[in-house]
Design a protein around this ligand. Structure first.
Ligand SMILES: NC(=O)CC[C@H](N)C(=O)O
Length: 225
């Protein structure tokens, strides 16, 4: 399996995402995909990484969502390809209409950088197959515009359709996200976005290896794990 990590001007976690993917799929099986290129190089999974793409101008993720690479990522997603959006990548996927909801300024109106615990709500998506429902994952979060929002009726529909993938555990809704939601998926369950950074939780020496479970999940989904 080969993983592509999209790189925008202003991305800052793309190399960590690439190294995390290589820990899961093997060295040399991940590569960066430049935002200006429509060619996804035949990868089997795509990660849209964290950072400050285009400086977060207009809205975080708004300009990156219009990039040539994201046109191809949208088509890849429509064809069922596994796509993971991490933090800024989650913002990009919401701006691109590939995931429901929108991202607002944190409720405390400050940049937050802390370890959080995620409760796995849906363990049957392309990026959570290596997890268990109810499992707690310790993963760092670092963002300013991380308050995921959707109208009540949309949240109710997502809950009913099991499209809520992660919630902040023990009610630790530090950024004010609707219903304490930390990550959601599309109806086809191949596109997942979350605000915390699994690529920064891939080694117990740095506090947690729980994030590797997300990068290993496409392998499980493909039956090659
Ligand atoms: N760590 C990130 O990806 C940051 C995302 C975005 N720039 C924000 O601050 O909300």
């Amino acid at each position: 399996m080969r993983v592509g990590v999209v790189q925008f001007p202003g991305s800052c976690d793309e190399v960590d995402a690439l190294l995390a993917a290589e820990r899961a799929v093997g060295a040399g099986n991940a590569e960066l995909l430049w935002h200006r290129d429509r060619d996804l190089k035949g990868v089997d999974a795509v990660v849209v990484p964290g950072g400050f793409s285009y400086g977060d101008y207009l809205r975080a993720g708004a300009i990156a969502a219009l990039s040539p690479a994201m046109e191809s990522v949208a088509a890849f997603a429509r064809d069922g390809g596994p796509v993971l959006g991490i933090c800024n990548g989650f913002q990009v996927l919401c701006e691109a209409g590939l995931l429901p909801g929108t991202m607002l300024m944190n409720v405390g109106r400050r940049f937050v950088f802390r370890q959080v615990e995620l409760d796995v709500v849906a363990a049957d998506t392309a990026w959570t197959r290596a997890t268990r429902r109810g499992q707690l994952l310790s993963i760092p979060a670092k963002h300013q515009t991380g308050r995921w929002y959707a109208p009540d009726e949309t949240v109710e529909r997502l809950v009913a359709d099991d499209q809520v993938v992660f919630r902040y555990a023990a009610g630790d809704n530090y950024n004010g996200s609707s219903d304490g939601i930390a990550g959601v998926c599309n109806a086809a369950r191949n596109v997942v976005g979350l605000m915390p950074h699994p690529e920064h939780a891939v080694d117990p020496l740095t506090g947690s290896a729980d994030g590797l479970l997300l990068f290993r999940s496409p392998l499980e989904a493909a039956g090659v794990a």
